[in-house]
Design a protein around this ligand. Structure first.
Ligand code: GAR
Length: 192
C-alpha cells in the first residue's frame, strides 16, 4: 500500500473521487494526508468527513516559499508520504518539494496539454470554440502545467455545449481517470 498526499485549494471533488475509488475497490494507495493552502476550502471538510488528516497552511504565514514548503515537507515525511497528488492545487510547486519528491509529484489539469495551461482551462477551451478538449495527468516540474504526460482523455465539445455542461463532462472524466492513473502508478514497482 503506497501512502499518498493529496494537495487541493478548492472544492476537492477530485480528492473525493480518489477517496471513493479507494473505498469501493481494493486499491494500492492510501490517502495519508490532505494538504490545503486555503483555510475554509471545502476540501478540508471532505477530508474531515472521511477521517483523512489535513494540513492547512497559508503561504502568507511564512517568510518565504521555502519556509512554507519546508513545513509541508516535514509533515509529508512524518506521514510517510511516497507520492504527491495535486488535485486542484492552484500554486506552483517550488524547489524544496520538487527536489525532495523528484519524479513523485503528479497533477491533473482540465485540458489536453500543452493546450490551455494555467487558470480556467475549461473557460479558455470554451472561448476558443475548440471541438475537442479534455483532461491531462502529468508529472510535475518547475513549470506551469508542464512536465511529462502520463495520461490524457479527450472530451468532445457539442454544438449546444454550455460552459457549465462542459465543466460537468470534464469533471466526470477527471473523477474516473485520476484514481485509475494513481492506482497504476502505485501498483507497479516503480519508486513512486
Ligand atoms: C480540477 O478541474 C482540476 O483539473 C483543476 O482544478 C479543478 C479542481 O477541482 N486543476 C487545475 O486547473 C490545475 N492547473 P476540485 O477541487 O473539485 O478537485
Amino acid at each position: 500500500m503506497k501512502k499518498i498526499a493529496v494537495f487541493a485549494s478548492g472544492s476537492g471533488s477530485n480528492f473525493q473521487a480518489l477517496v471513493d475509488a479507494a473505498q469501493a475497490n481494493q486499491l494500492s494507495y492510501e490517502i495519508a494526508l490532505l494538504v490545503c493552502d486555503k483555510p475554509g476550502a471545502y476540501a478540508i471538510e471532505r477530508a474531515d468527513k472521511v477521517d483523512v488528516p489535513s494540513l492547512v497552511v497559508s503561504p502568507k504565514d511564512f517568510a518565504s516559499k521555502v519556509d512554507y514548503e519546508k513545513e509541508i515537507l516535514q509533515k509529508l515525511n512524518d506521514s510517510g508520504v511516497e507520492l504527491i497528488v495535486l488535485a486542484g492545487y492552484m500554486r506552483l510547486i517550488g524547489e524544496t518539494l520538487l527536489s525532495a519528491y523528484e519524479g513523485r509529484i503528479v497533477n491533473i489539469h482540465p485540458s489536453l496539454l500543452p493546450s490551455f495551461p494555467g487558470k480556467d482551462a475549461i473557460g479558455q477551451a470554451f472561448q476558443a470554440k475548440v471541438k475537442v478538449t479534455g483532461v491531462t495527468v502529468h508529472y510535475v516540474d518547475e513549470g506551469m502545467d508542464t512536465g511529462p504526460i502520463i495520461a490524457q482523455e479527450a472530451v468532445r465539445m457539442d454544438e449546444d455545449e454550455t460552459r457549465e455542461s462542459l465543466e460537468a463532462k470534464i469533471h466526470q472524466v477527471e473523477h474516473l481517470l485520476y484514481p485509475n492513473v494513481i492506482q497504476k502508478l502505485c501498483s507497479t514497482n516503480r519508486n513512486v
